[in-house]
Design a protein around this ligand. Structure first.
Ligand code: TA6
Length: 315
């Protein structure tokens, strides 16, 4: 089983504006749509699309529970989300216009999670997670959540010897890196702040992280990604596509990477599918859609180079 944990889920409100989004003008809304938000939930959506058994864990608010429930049901996402009384799941506004120049994201902070809910999650993990499971923890933390609480979650999962993947940032990412986890996916800026020595280059930092963590993926935006595994670092290029909305592309990358890993694919295949599916996501107007066939059609435009003395091309 793969468990995803989204400590701070969201409902994405996709707002399509007529013409070009402009400050100081009245930007008229053409269309509004709701979609799933929150990084772990996105990963669950990807795994579900790949027919991989998974369950989404985390917290949602009672006030708009029905709207969230409907979104999850529409996407057939299996979940055990703990409901916080009197709280509302945050909204994340994703604004797009007619220029196809990408989206603008404005996100709320989320609600306070009670100690009771935190311990319910710990109890669930203690009771159900086993050595054979993978746990993916992704997204920001609720405003009152402490690093100690996050570490308690990681320690609980570690006590089961499960594979732990984290898509976290800032202080939360820094806190889990030293704990002996198996997968991280920071972007190039997040990596810079991770390791204390400011004189090292990005590649040296990736090498350092790869000594601690089995899979280190560093996203470079349109520049693709670096993937470090087993003493090797690869640069994976990203195909250029007609961008509509890049929201959720990183989550599609993580979900696809884990899905291919679970299917037992080799690293080259894993990297191609993750990159291709993320690129396909960018061409879609909502936060979650991607097309595997379309991703496969990009494969000959994705190059994988192993970094080393002579930087040779793997595929
Ligand atoms: O990655 C996309 C997304 O999950 C959006 O759907 C949106 O809800 C947002 O990220 C939340 O990000 P955060 O880092 O605050 O958890």
């Amino acid at each position: 089983m793969i468990y995803t944990i989204t400590l701070n889920p969201a409902i994405d409100r996709l707002i399509k504006i007529k013409g070009t989004l402009t400050k100081k003008l009245t930007n008229r809304v053409q269309n509004v749509e709701y979609d799933l938000g929150g990084k772990g939930l996105h990963v669950s959506n990807v795994l579900t699309k790949f027919n991989i058994e998974n369950e989404a864990l985390g917290y949602i608010g009672e006030v708009n529970q029905q709207l969230m429930g409907n979104i999850l049901a529409k996407k057939s996402i299996r979940h055990h989300l703990l409901v916080e009384d009197g709280a509302s799941t945050r909204e994340c506004m994703v604004v797009m216009d007619d220029t196809n120049a990408g989206s603008l994201m404005i996100t709320e902070n989320g609600f306070h999670v009670s100690e009771k809910s935190h311990y319910k999650l710990i109890d669930f993990l203690n009771q159900f997670v086993t050595k054979k499971d993978i746990v993916v923890i992704a997204g920001s933390m609720p405003p009152n959540y402490t690093i100690a609480q996050l570490q308690e979650i990681i320690n609980t999962i570690k006590s089961k010897n499960s594979f732990i993947a984290c898509d976290l940032s800032g202080e939360a990412l820094a806190a889990v890196v030293d704990m002996g986890i198996n997968f991280i996916k920071p972007n190039q800026y997040e990596v810079q702040v991770l390791l204390r020595d400011t004189n090292t280059t990005l590649i040296q930092k990736i090498e350092e992280l790869a000594r601690l963590i089995d899979y280190v993926v560093v996203s470079l935006g349109k520049g693709g990604s670096y993937v470090a595994h087993k003493n090797a670092i690869y640069h994976v290029s990203s195909p250029s596509v007609q961008e509509q909305n890049d929201t959720g592309a990183g989550d599609v990358f993580v979900g696809t990477f884990i899905a291919q890993l679970v299917k037992g694919k080799d690293l080259q295949t894993i990297m191609k599918y993750a990159t291709g599916c993320a690129a396909s996501k960018v061409t879609k107007h909502n936060s979650t859609d991607f097309d595997v066939k379309e991703a496969e059609s990009y494969f000959d435009r994705i190059s994988i180079k192993k970094l080393g003395s002579d930087d040779y091309v793997v595929s």
